[in-house]
Unconditional design. Structure first.
Length: 509
């Protein structure tokens, strides 16, 4: 049975999001969260008749328009309908599942005034596989992810569309298919469902997990390439990195140092005449480490966002007030997503340079041109390096920050926006490209190191080589490597490549 993640609104982790969004773990509301939600709803209802944004007013520029009490429910329903105007291809399933989980957790904090039954239905849809169809374009990341979250919410009221077991259905039919009934949303509940940063945060949470694995895999790939290119271990000497004590640099250097432990290849050329390796090898700790430091910043921001109240207005129980503010603004996540993309792009960039050294006979320290016998008849790894170059070049374009852009919306009421959704969508593409670029280096490194047999690499490198060989046979004569690249990229994304090394030498930094 999949484990269940208990939603308190206070302690959701990146690992929890990954488990639910990717592996299908279940979610449930904690009883204390239910109590807080009921109390917040009672406070909201007690302020009946007061001029409150989104309860008895219009939205955005229409904030000054009064809406009579008898139309309070209709106001919320029309909010969902009007805001559900996203376009483009749907978000990946794991992003939608992540957003559902995060929205439920945010509502569980008790700052929104949503009924417990509303959040329970959202959680049940997640658990029973009702996946709203959510177009990925249309959010500017200002009042949160308005358009995407409206599409996410519509199936709860029996509208919109959702996928159940691969079949695209109307919202009402999707609920019926799994034995659930739609709800009638009360005052403010529509606003509570659409006001938040959960699509940005979902992409960021999943992205950070992938980027952390990517950073550690970059160290594995570097160690493999260093062995194959008969490079020096001395650049990774711990004392060197204590003299410049940047956290990420020390971690990356320490990982490669450990991976090379016990290498007969390194030992065989200890006294060679070559004094220094190329920067893509010798300066890998400095580059990989700087990327890790960016990921530290991104992770710290996202970890807070997972358990934050990003609704507006907020129901402040202790103060007994309902306050309009701006926690929905996505600027913190937009910055985090942009630096995540930069870090992933740079890890791919330096990886491609190492791949070039492996395949280029002018740089490869005696390895066969393009890592194949009978060159000419065979092209070997010539074109995989082209592919890595293409991926890296695309990433350079996508690494341009979205977070520094802003186009005012709602007739100037929302006059500065974050463009965090664009930052998230770009970051996911960059991560996919980077995983493939690292996969190409691992494939080339695995091929290259076999030309140095019977000399054996370090224990950690041997484990990585063995894992790659379970996914891709040695290239003896030309064949299509597309599927091989994708298999290794999937193994990077899932953490399988990292786990292969850690089983042998322990957990890496």
């Amino acid at each position: 049975m999949p484990r269940s993640i208990v939603l308190t609104g206070e302690d959701l982790t990146l690992a929890d999001v990954w488990e639910v969004a990717v592996h299908g773990a279940l979610a449930e509301l904690a009883d204390p969260a239910r109590d807080r939600m009921r109390a917040a709803r009672e406070l909201l209802d007690s302020m009946h008749g007061e001029h409150t944004y989104g309860v008895n007013t219009g939205f955005g520029r229409f904030v000054s328009e009064h809406v009579p009490d008898e139309l309070a429910e209709e106001l919320q329903l029309r909010l969902l309908r009007s805001h559900a105007c996203g376009v483009g291809e749907p978000y990946p399933d794991e992003v939608v599942r992540g957003a559902m989980l995060l929205r439920a957790n945010a509502l569980a904090k008790g700052y929104s005034g949503a009924h417990v039954a509303t959040v329970e239905l959202l959680v049940e849809c997640l658990n029973r596989g009702v996946l709203p169809v959510v177009p990925s374009r249309g959010s500017v990341g200002a009042s949160g992810d308005l358009a995407p979250l409206a599409h996410l919410a519509l199936p709860l009221v029996g509208e919109g569309e959702a996928v159940v077991e691969g079949e695209r259905l109307s919202g009402a039919e999707a609920l019926r298919r799994v034995g659930l009934n739609p709800i009638r949303i009360a005052s403010k509940e529509g606003l509570s469902l659409v006001n938040g940063t959960q699509f940005m945060a979902g992409m960021a949470a999943l992205g950070v997990v992938r980027a952390r694995r990517l950073a550690r895999t970059a160290d594995l790939a570097c160690a493999l390439s260093l062995e194959a290119l008969q490079g020096s271990r001395t650049s990774f000497t711990p004392a060197v990195h204590r003299s410049r004590p940047l956290k990420g640099q020390g971690e990356a250097a320490g990982n490669v140092w450990r991976l090379l432990e016990g290498s007969a290849i390194i030992e065989s050329h200890r006294w060679c005449d070559k004094v220094q390796d190329a920067y893509s090898l010798r300066c890998a700790p400095q580059v990989h480490g700087a990327c890790r430091d960016l990921l530290d910043y991104a992770e710290a921001t996202v970890a807070v966002e997972l358990n934050s109240a990003t609704d507006n207005p907020l129901v402040l129980l202790e103060e007994g007030e309902i306050v309009s503010a701006g926690n929905f603004h996505g600027q913190p996540l937009a910055f985090a997503l942009d630096v995540l993309a930069m870090a992933a792009a740079e890890l791919a960039s330096i990886s491609e340079r190492r791949t070039e050294r492996l395949v280029n006979p002018s740089l490869s320290e005696g390895l066969p041109p393009f890592l194949v016998r009978e060159g000419g008849l065979n092209s070997g790894f010539m074109i995989p390096q082209y592919v890595a170059a293409a991926l890296v070049s695309e990433n350079k374009v996508l690494a341009h920050p979205a977070s520094v852009d802003s186009i005012p919306t709602s007739a100037g009421q929302e006059d500065h926006v974050s463009m965090g959704n664009a930052a998230g969508l770009k970051a996911l593409v960059v991560l996919g490209n980077a995983e493939r670029a690292l996969a190409i280096e691992l494939l080339a490194g695995a091929q290259a190191i076999e030309f140095l047999a019977p000399l054996r690499p370090g224990e950690g490198v041997r484990a990585v080589h063995a894992l790659v060989r379970t996914l891709s046979e040695r290239l003896v004569e030309d064949r299509s490597l597309s599927a091989d690249i994708e298999r290794v990229a999937d193994a990077i994304r899932s953490g399988a490549v990292l786990e292969s090394a850690e089983r042998e030498i322990g957990v890496l930094a």
